[in-house]
Design a protein around this ligand. Structure first.
Ligand code: GAR
Length: 192
């Protein structure tokens, strides 16, 4: 799992994995910065690594290092769980289709880094949460699961995001379960 922030989705998946019946487990957590969410990995005894975006001259150089760090773990699936960086195309090509992303909007509505803010700014009556396969576009890959969340009249970006996140967590846990038990097919392209 790759994160940038607080890692609430990461934590939810780590908790789901405690259930012996859950068919997946997290092998490692990576981040592009000193993310607060790495503390969840430590608490659950999961190895973690950081490949700081700011330490590289180019997105491509950062991506190559991140890819090498990810591939050391030979994961069956890579989950972008609040990783707030676009992966360079060659990283996507190396990992897809076993590369998924959670997004706090009902894609294709409100893609990008500010999905919650953009939904509010547009005056949308409802937004949502999505889990998608990552492709080389910005939140344009095939949708694996999504669900609507109402926008309330007094919502702020924070309050709306806090209502979306539990939906995201549920979708992510269901999608990872489905991929692990084979009920969700991602295709047969390269595995990391
Ligand atoms: C989540 O809502 C995730 O969907 C979003 O960042 C949040 C991370 O929360 N990702 C994006 O907006 C990607 N475009 P978390 O660190 O608490 O899991």
């Amino acid at each position: 799992m790759l994160i940038s922030g607080g890692g609430s989705n990461l934590r939810a998946l780590l908790e789901a994995c405690r259930d012996a019946e859950y068919p997946a487990h997290v092998v490692a957590v990576g981040a592009d910065r000193a993310a607060d969410g790495l503390a969840h990995a430590e608490e659950f005894g999961i190895p973690s690594f950081t490949v700081p975006f700011s330490s590289f001259d180019s997105r491509e150089a950062w991506g190559d290092e991140l890819l090498a760090a990810v591939q050391q773990w030979q994961p069956d699936l890579v989950v972008l769980s609040g990783l707030m960086r676009l992966l360079p195309p060659r990283v996507v090509d190396a990992l897809a289709p076993r590369l998924i992303n959670t997004h706090p909007a009902y894609l294709p509505e409100f893609p990008g880094a500010h999905g919650v803010r953009d939904a509010l700014a547009a005056g949308a009556a409802q937004t949502g949460a999505s889990v998608i396969v990552v492709d080389t576009g910005v939140d344009t890959g095939p949708i694996l699961a999504q669900e609507r969340v109402a926008v309330l009249p007094d919502d702020t970006e924070h309050s709306l995001h806090e209502r979306i996140k539990p939906v995201e967590r549920r979708l992510l846990i269901d999608v990872v379960r489905g991929i692990a038990d084979g009920s969700i097919e991602l295709g047969t392209a390269s595995t990391p």
